[in-house]
Design a protein around this ligand. Structure first.
Ligand SMILES: Nc1ncnc2c1ncn2[C@@H]1O[C@H](COP(=O)(O)OP(=O)(O)O)[C@@H](O)[C@H]1O
Ligand SMILES: [Mg+2]
Length: 344
C-alpha cells in the first residue's frame, strides 16, 4: 500500500484510462483519472459535457461499451481491483454492493414489468428472500424515497408515473440491497428544479441513514455546494483539480475550475441581469495522441511550459491540481467565493 492510498476508502480509482475506437483512431475518453471516496461521504465529479464523467462511472460499474478498452489503471473497491473480475462476478456486485442511477430513468426501468416486480427482482437476484418479503422491502423503499401509496404503486407500470416519481423508483431500486457505493450520473438533470432539490435532499437523508458512499456526477455547481464532501473537477478526460468542497470553492487553483466558478450566479453577489462569465472555446477533440495541458487552447495563462504534459501536482498547504503555474500565481486569479455561497 503506498501513501496515496486513502485509508478505508470504499472506492479508489488509480491511473484509469479508457479508450473508445472511432474511425479516426482511438478516443482517449478517460486519461489518468484518480478518484477516492470514503464510506458515507459524497464525491461530486464536475465538468463540462464530454469530459469523461460518464465513461469513468461506467468503467467503475463494468458497463463500458463493448468496444471500449481500458489499457491502464485500477478500480479498487475495498482494495480489490474490479478490473480483474469477470462479468458474472461484476453482476453479483452490481445492484448489491454497488448501484447506479442514471440520468434518464426510462432507459433503466423496463416498460413491460410493474414497479413492484422490478423492485422485487433486484432483491431476489442478490438475497434469499420470498416473494412476499421482497414486496415488503419494495414498499419500505418506496416509502423511504417519499412515494405515497407505496402498496398501490407496486402494481403500476413505469409509464404511469411522472418523471420525478420514476427517478425516485430508480433510487429505491438502487437502494434495495443497501449498497455501500451509489453512483448517480446526473440524476436530476431531466427534472424540474423543485423535484431536483427533493431528490438531492433524499440522497443526503439516505446517506445519513444507511452510510452509503455517493459518487454524484453533475455539471451544476450549486448542487456541488449543497451536497459534496469532496470534489473532482474533470476536463477533457482528466481530473484537473481535486479537494474538499471548501477547498475547491474557496481556494480554486486550476484556471478551468476558476472559470467554472465564474460562470455561476451567486445569490447576493451576482447582480440581477449581470452577465455570467463563460469559458471561451470548446473541449478539445480527444482522438489520437494528446500532449501538453489539455486546457492550453482555452487558458489565458497558457505559456510555453504548458506544452509539456502535466500530472496532478501536490502543493504545500493546498490540494492537488494539474497545472504548471506557481500556486501564488494561481491564487491571484481566484474568484472570491465560499461553498455555502454557491449552495443555491
Ligand atoms: N460510445 C462512444 N463511442 C465513442 N466515443 C464516445 C462514446 N461515448 C462517449 N464518447 C466520447 O467520450 C468522451 C467522454 O464522454 P462522456 O464520458 O460521456 O462525457 P460526460 O459524461 O462528461 O459528458 C466524449 O468525447 C464523448 O464524445
Ligand atoms: Mg455524461
Amino acid at each position: 500500500m503506498n501513501d496515496t492510498t486513502t485509508k478505508d476508502a470504499v472506492l479508489e480509482v488509480k491511473g484509469l484510462h479508457v479508450q473508445l475506437p472511432t474511425p479516426d483512431g482511438p478516443l482517449g475518453a478517460v486519461n489518468d483519472v484518480a478518484l477516492s471516496i470514503a464510506p458515507g461521504k459524497t464525491l461530486c465529479v464536475v465538468g463540462e459535457s464530454g469530459c469523461g464523467k460518464s465513461m469513468t462511472s461506467l468503467a467503475i460499474m463494468g458497463l463500458l461499451p463493448r468496444s471500449a478498452k481500458v489499457p491502464q489503471g485500477r478500480i479498487e473497491f475495498h482494495g480489490d481491483n474490479l478490473l480483474d473480475l469477470n462479468q458474472s462476478q461484476l453482476s453479483d456486485l452490481r445492484g448489491d454492493r454497488i448501484a447506479m442511477i442514471f440520468q434518464e430513468p426510462m432507459t433503466s426501468l423496463n416498460p413491460v414489468f410493474t414497479i413492484g416486480d422490478q423492485l422485487s427482482e433486484v432483491l431476489r437476484r442478490h438475497r434469499k428472500v420470498s416473494r412476499k418479503e421482497a414486496r415488503a422491502r419494495a414498499v419500505e423503499l418506496l416509502e423511504l424515497v417519499g412515494i405515497s401509496g407505496a402498496e398501490r404503486r407496486l402494481g403500476q407500470y413505469p409509464h404511469q408515473l411522472s418523471g420525478g416519481l420514476r427517478q425516485r423508483v430508480m433510487i429505491a431500486m438502487a437502494l434495495m440491497c443497501e449498497p455501500e457505493l451509489l453512483i448517480a450520473d446526473e440524476p436530476t438533470t431531466a427534472l424540474d428544479v423543485t423535484i431536483q432539490a427533493q431528490i438531492l435532499a433524499l440522497l443526503k437523508k439516505i446517506q445519513t441513514e444507511l452510510g452509503t458512499a455517493i459518487m454524484l456526477i453533475t455539471h451544476d455547481l450549486g448542487v456541488v455546494g449543497r451536497i459534496a464532501d469532496t470534489v473532482a473537477v474533470m476536463y477533457a478526460g482528466q481530473v484537473v483539480e481535486t479537494g474538499t468542497a471548501e477547498q475547491i470553492f474557496s481556494d480554486p487553483l486550476h484556471p478551468y475550475t476558476q472559470g467554472l466558478l465564474r460562470c455561476i450566479p451567486i445569490p447576493g453577489k451576482t447582480a440581477r441581469g449581470a452577465r455570467l462569465g463563460t469559458i471561451k472555446g470548446v473541449v478539445p477533440n480527444l482522438v489520437g495522441e494528446q500532449t501538453g495541458c489539455r486546457f492550453y487552447a482555452r487558458c489565458e495563462f497558457a505559456h510555453d511550459a504548458c506544452r509539456a504534459n502535466v500530472a496532478l501536482r501536490e502543493f504545500e498547504g493546498a490540494h492537488p491540481a494539474r497545472c504548471v503555474r506557481d500556486i501564488s500565481d494561481m491564487r491571484t486569479t481566484q474568484p472570491d467565493l465560499s461553498a455555502s455561497e454557491v449552495a443555491s
